[in-house]
Design a protein around this ligand. Structure first.
Ligand SMILES: Nc1ncnc2c1ncn2[C@@H]1O[C@H](COP(=O)(O)OP(=O)(O)OP(=O)(O)O)[C@@H](O)[C@H]1O
Ligand SMILES: [Mg+2]
Length: 272
């Protein structure tokens, strides 16, 4: 069981100009094998939340736990995919994918088998001996996803993993991620600026407010996606549905309202 639990999480950063309150009392429970997406304006603390789940950063107050255990650092139960693919440029596709297995001391024959399985799964057949600079951005990102998935982590933490991709590649990657998640269900925390992507992929979408980051609302999509079997359909077919449009509009409104309220608060009051 590998859910993620944020309880009363507050994060402050000390800086030259004093303290920044980045995250303010966030409570979020992600169930084992649930897919949760986080949307919110730039700087609202999404990456910070993810880094705390990864064990790369720690709350100022409150607790972050994975699988019921407080997070004290990075661990093999969690894999992180960053927006920047961070592949090793001097290693081939195969070596990049197998790197974590090698670090774990998995024997060469078994490593080869597992790596080739993911090469195939991610549509990289024929490119296994290429170097990252010989690949397109989308292919590099598939290598990055294969590299973290091959380790079979219980928890996948993804920070805008498709942000740098063109629209077509992005759609292909979204569908590949859905297929991968269906074959190998695991807990996913997925950060994205794309409302459509969040609605298409997630069981629940968490909308955060502008800094200090708080959870504004959580939108449940899982029941609808299962009832309408979105997983078996392409995103462009799902996007036309009333149910999809309903969720998308609701999230957009949440994101917009906050911005308008903040802008209004900042405008000087008009003199009578
Ligand atoms: N190491 C740090 N030191 C100081 N301030 C930081 C640090 N990391 C993040 N912050 C601040 O915390 C806030 C949240 O940052 P974070 O990177 O989590 O935002 P985000 O929601 O991921 O934004 P984006 O959508 O642009 O990626 C920002 O105001 C940022 O400036
Ligand atoms: Mg970020």
């Amino acid at each position: 069981m590998s859910g993620i639990s944020f309880k009363g999480v507050t994060k402050r950063f000390g800086g030259r100009d004093g303290e920044v309150l980045a995250i303010d009392r966030v409570d979020l429970e992600i169930a084992d094998k649930e897919f949760v997406a986080i949307c919110g304006p730039s700087g609202c603390g999404k990456t910070t939340l993810m880094r705390m789940a990864a064990g790369l950063d720690f709350p100022s107050e409150g607790t972050v736990a994975v699988g019921g255990k407080a997070v004290r650092g990075p661990g093999p139960d969690r894999a992180v995919v960053f927006q920047q693919f961070a592949l090793l440029p001097w290693k081939t596709v195969k070596e990049n994918i197998g790197f974590g297995l090698k670090c774990r001391g998995v024997p060469a024959a078994e490593r080869e088998r597992e790596v080739m399985r993911y090469v195939e799964l991610m549509g990289l057949t024929g490119h296994e001996n290429a170097y990252p600079h010989q690949l397109s951005g989308g292919m590099q990102q598939r290598v990055a996803i294969a590299r973290s998935s091959v380790l079979q982590p219980d928890v996948l933490l993804m920070d805008e993993p498709f942000g740098a991709l063109d629209a077509q590649t992005r759609v292909v990657m979204q569908e590949e991620l859905i297929h991968l998640a269906r074959r190998n269900p695991r807990t996913v925390l997925f950060i994205t600026h794309s409302v459509e992507e969040a609605v298409y992929l997630a069981d629940r979408v968490v909308v955060m407010s502008r800094r200090p980051g708080r959870i504004q609302e959580t939108i449940d999509i899982g029941a609808t996606r299962r009832a309408e079997n979105w997983e078996a359909q392409a995103i462009e077919d799902v996007m036309d549905r009333d149910s999809f449009i309903h969720f998308r509009t609701r999230i957009w409104k949440l994101l917009r309202h906050r911005d308008e309220a903040a802008a209004a608060a900042q405008r000087p009051a008009r003199r009578a």
